[in-house]
Write a protein that binds this ligand. Sequence first.
Ligand code: B12
Ligand code: SF4
Length: 493
Amino acid sequence: MRLLLVHPSALMYSEIFLRLEPLGLERVAGAARDAGHEVRIVDLQVSDGRELAREFATFRPHAMGVSLNYLANIPEAIGLARAAKGAAPHCFVFFGGHSVSFVAEDVLEQAEGAVDAVVRGEGEPAVVPLLEALRDGGVDGVPGIVTTAGRGPEPQMMHSIDSPLPARDLMRHRRRYFIGELDPCASIEFTRGCPWDCSFCSAWTFYGRSYRKTSPDAAGAELASIREPNVFIVDDVAFIRPEHGHAIAAELERRRIRKRYYLETRSDVLLRNEEVFRRWTRLGLRYMFLGMEAIDAEGLDLYRKRVSPDENFRALEVARRLGINVAINLIVDPGWDEERFRLVREFALAVPEIVHLTVMTPYPGTEIWHTESRRLTTRDYRLFDIQHAVVPTALPLDAFYRELVRTQAVINRKHLGLRTAVGALRVLGGNLARGQTNFARMLWKFNRVYNPARQMADHRRPVRYELPLPQPVDIGSRRQLFVHTRPSGRRTQ
Ligand code: B12
Ligand code: SF4
């Protein structure tokens, strides 16, 4: 069958720092292609609607699948589904991905027939049975399927994540993916899932708190096939298991693979496994996101981060010693006042690291979606991008955004200060010489993108599609939050 896979546009407020390949969609494409189907991908992060319309008209897909990892993309995806059905009523339209797995029934209802099905959970084990069922008639038996008739069998979880390989060759604009100065940049996955259970995060609920690893051999072979000199490791928490990090490193040493890497991890993992990170710096590890989330013990407890402020600060020292550039993430609570923002600015100016701010947002699939007692002030999907406040702010909303943007701007200026600017110019020169302009554009975009008036205007847009209301759930039984449920007793690590 002919399958067209689509990734929606980038969210404006994240595009400034990065734009990365849609690895999940590429893996779904890989699974379908391995089974003999003809597959194409359009990534609207780097292509425009005209390219999609052209592809749709010439390829004439039997089915179109849209990736919905981000809630904020749901209205756009419903628009794409409506357009597809208008142009080709017999094309089977389905959605899949992280966020839509938690709100499948609501999205089907909102799409009013434009979406035939939502696939909950991992896409690789579902896509081939789905295409076969389409050919043979009747999709109700496909694992993870949800239609307006109800839910099919439970989603299946792959035993090994070594295959299928992502269909990277189907991406037509690979040079447009970048993260900071790592331009161009590919992505890779070494592990899937997270064994922790932070209250604001849905990574663990999606995979039922399970955790799987690639084999070092498969990871080495995949990295060897990547042409880009830079790689973003998409794992929620990199190198939880030191022996796994060492085994992949050994494989890269054996194959003489050297690239520059960006990854994300936790402070306690970095402290525990310093040696692994040191070894990876020799292989090219340059940048790391550290989800600190809060600078005080109270905030860390609230998010159930299971890390102390002391561990966070010691982890920063370790990273500095290893020469890794760190981007710290802090969660802004809508309850913050001017004094609190001032303290955070002071902290951000006092540390050499890049400080990134995201606004505390209850998402479907997270524990705080069910427990956060503050009323939602909006249910507009587009505002659930962790750059907008969706629960009441202590400051008037416009003052909250002014403080937020002021803090982000102070931090940004710090990084564009004279010393950094000289460094940035050197990098810029190198990138431009190789025809890579993503990093250059990013440097000048800040004021246009981060702007309180624009954030306020986002709240005033007419709303067509709204998030469902949170249902009270007994958090004592966590399995109610899971998309994938594991048979009890199975080892996760
Ligand atoms: C890597 C990553 C990114 C990367 C890459 C994003 C990209 N272009 O794909 C970067 C760093 C750019 C990023 C940015 C952001 N991210 Co992010 N990200 C992740 C992360 C850690 C892993 C995603 C991943 O690549 N996994 C590996 C691949 C193989 O899995 P996958 O993408 O989930 O795909 C599988 C299934 O979802 C499904 N599937 C996916 N697509 C499709 C399509 C079809 C048709 C089907 C059937 C199935 C299917 O099958 C795939 C294979 O099993 C997830 C957390 C997580 N563990 O999922 C957060 C996560 C998705 N991100 C999140 C957020 C909030 C953001 C930001 C908004 C943060 C910010 N403000 O800066 C931005 C927005 C980016 C944007 N859209 O413009 C939230 C989403 C919250 C929500 N409910 O909307 C998550 C869940 C993290 C969290 N802590 O809660 N992110
Ligand atoms: S925030 Fe990080 S450590 Fe916490 S559950 Fe999510 S992915 Fe895991």
